[in-house]
Unconditional design. Sequence first.
Length: 99
Amino acid sequence: MELVRPLRVAVVSRGPDTELMVANPVELSGKGRPLVFHDITLALTMLNSCIFSAEIRRRMIGDREFEVYRVLLDEGEGLAVPRRKIEEQVWKMLMGWEQ
């Protein structure tokens, strides 16, 4: 699974809030991928979605270390963009398939 989709992107509900979660594997050298947060914010900007808050941490998932980006979306009058579209746009931007 990791070779097919090395990045994990999901939009989840946290009670009344909507959160975008991105898990990016850390290289064996201990370095994370540069510009991940930039790509996430660019994809959300292209969808006219706003960020309320963001948190970046490293976590062990199984036997691998990941940088986990948790982005709380500002819904305002409700989430205008479908969750699936947010996931796809962010994933494509992170993979370099969206310009």
